[in-house]
Design a binder for this molecule. Structure first.
Ligand SMILES: [Zn+2]
Length: 347
């Protein structure tokens, strides 16, 4: 058995304590000093859940001169042209480079919006590399095909579409009906580059939505009232010239989870994403520590993971230790990267 000690995240706060770990399982927890010399000391947090990725994009070369629309809008945005031209081998190596990067930086679970119809879904499902993937597949074209959707949801966990603006109303209604009939999760990007009709979005009963950069306060309140979790991806948004209005989202009662979005413009490092959220929160007049709740409570809840007490005896020791200790662990975790990662343990 080894001991890990230091500032351990419990709920929203850090406590001085230790964890005893035997063969990847937490067998002892305590507050105060470790009973034996710890193998490593630092700031101890649960493994990350990255709530929004596109792992196929890691091999797409970026063109810095292009706008959001020109880069990612289907079917002709740069990313979609690049994905369509990608060989199966290249797609698989793109997926493996993205998942390897996430694993190395402490992510144990991710939710991927998988483009490319059945083939794209199969590419990730077939590899099933760690971290654990929740696959949100999507139809290959912007139209509903019953047979195709049935085939995708046979292997995917749900469907995640680009946005309501890209779809004909009747086609999208048919898709949503199919998914709700089968009780399959349905998610979508919402008001990323421009405002979209929130009543229309909510009428589709999404399990969660992504972005909401261009939403109005009324839109945000509607989402908060309906209790639909929203995944925010600050680094990707900023790259595309958008700033997620995080303080207004929180004031509106929205539950915020964190994702890193397209690998072509932001890597899968959740600590970096959380830090960017913290910086934006401060710049918008809110408490930066809300980024910790978004990463370790709301994001875990989205996958029904043990959000409240991940460090309980008998549970798998899925955790990350950042070396060293500062006076304020939250501050170290959010703003200082100098100490580096001491340990990543993911089962
Ligand atoms: Zn996305």
């Amino acid at each position: 058995m080894i001991y890990i000690a230091g500032q351990i995240l419990r709920g929203s706060t850090f406590e001085e304590g230790y964890l005893g770990i035997d063969r990847g399982i937490i067998v002892e927890t305590g507050s105060g000093r470790s009973p034996e010399r710890p193998a490593i000391e630092g700031i101890v947090v649960p493994s990350y859940v990255n709530c929004h990725t596109h792992v196929g994009d890691a091999a797409v070369s970026l063109d810095l001169g292009l706008s959001l629309e020109e880069l990612v809008a289907p079917p002709d945005g740069l990313k979609h042209r690049a994905l369509a031209a990608m060989s199966g081998d290249m797609l698989r190596s793109s997926i493996l480079s993205a998942t390897g990067m996430m694993l190395d930086t402490g992510t144990s679970h991710f939710i991927d919006f998988r483009e490319g119809g059945i083939m794209g879904t199969e590419a990730l499902a077939g590899l099933s590399p760690p971290p654990h993937a929740t696959i949100m597949g999507r139809p290959s074209d912007l139209r509903y095909d019953e047979e195709e959707v049935s085939s995708i949801i046979d292997i995917a966990h749900g469907i995640g579409i680009s946005s309501i603006s890209d779809w004909e109303r009747s086609e999208l209604d048919a898709l949503a009906d199919h998914l709700h009939r089968e009780k399959v999760p349905f998610a979508m990007h919402a008001s990323e580059g421009r405002r979209e009709d929130i009543d229309r979005i909510l009428s589709l009963e999404p399990s969660f939505i992504v972005h909401m950069c261009e939403a109005t306060d009324v839109d945000m309140r509607r989402v908060g009232e309906e209790g639909v979790p929203t995944v925010i991806c600050p680094r990707s948004n900023l790259f595309m010239g958008k700033t997620p209005p995080l303080s207004r989202m929180i004031e509106a009662g929205m539950e915020l989870c964190i994702g890193t979005d397209n690998f072509m413009n932001a890597d899968g490092d959740m600590r970096a994403e959380m830090e960017m959220m913290a910086r934006l929160l401060r710049s918008q007049g809110s408490d930066a520590r809300l980024a910790i709740d978004a990463a370790f409570i709301s994001s875990r809840k989205l996958l029904n993971l043990d959000a409240e007490l991940p460090f309980t005896e008998g549970r798998a020791a899925n955790l990350v230790v950042y070396k060293g200790r500062g006076t304020e662990p939250a501050c170290d975790l959010l703003f200082r990267s100098g100490n580096g990662m001491g340990m990543v343990c993911i089962r």
